[in-house]
Ligand binder design. Sequence first.
Ligand SMILES: [Zn+2]
Length: 259
Amino acid sequence: MTKESLKSSAFILRCLNYAESDLIVTFYSRDFGKIKGMAKGAKKSKKRFVNVFEPFSLTKIIFSHQKSDSLAFIESCEIIDHYSNIRGDLEKTLIASYFVDLTDNFSPEGKANTNVFELLQNFLLLLSNEAATESTLRFFEMHLLKLTGFEPTLDHCIRCKAPVTNGTSYYFHPREGGIKCAACARPERYDLPISAGTVRTLLLGKDVDVEKIKLITLSDSLAMECRSILTGFITHVLRREVKSFHVLEQVRKMNFSKT
Ligand SMILES: [Zn+2]
C-alpha cells in the first residue's frame, strides 16, 4: 500500500495513552469506517492536536497507512463540532459516551458504513438540542442493531411465526434473537412476559425518523421492558456488558433520571 494521505470526517470513539507522548485513537470515519491510528506526540504538541481527541467529537481527520494491517498514522485532526451543549450536561455526556462505545463495539475495523456514521451524527444532534429521554437511548440501540445486521426478530413469534397481536404476552429470547408468543415460549419461573405494546415500541424505534423521537415519551413500564430486552440482547451479542452503559445507569439511579 502506498503512503497516500486519506481524508474524512470522523467521530472520536476512544483514546488510549501510548508511551510518553503518543495517543492511540480509534475513530469512526464517514468514508472508511472504524480506524485505529497513532497520534504521535499528541500529548505534547499543543499546535498539531489541540484538545481534539475527546470522545464523540466530530473531526476532520487526515491519516495514512504504512502497511494495510498497521495502525494508521494520524497526520492532522481538526474539530468540526465539539458538542458543547452535550458536554455541559453530565447525563447527556454519559449518553453520548455510550453511543460511541456501542458503535465501537458493533463496528469491525476498516468497513465503511455511512449509515452508522449518519446515525451517530443525527443522534448527537438530537441530544444536543433536546432533552435526554429513554426513547433516545432505546431507539439509538434499535437503529444501530438494524444497521449493523443484529436486528432481533420482533414482528412475529420465531417459533409459530404468528404476527404480533395486541393483548398477547411475549417472551424475549436473547440467544435465539427474537420473541416467542406465550404458547411457544414455555416460560420458566423467572422469565418475565413483555407486552405487545413494548414489542411495537421497539419496532417503531428502529425505523422512526430521528426528528420525531422527541415527540415519543415512553411510560415507565414500557421503558423498563424495552431497556431489559435491549440490554439483555446487546450483552448476549457482545458477550459482555458495555461499561459506559453501566456508568450511565449508576448515575441515573443517583437521581439525575428524567424519563
Ligand atoms: Zn408462537
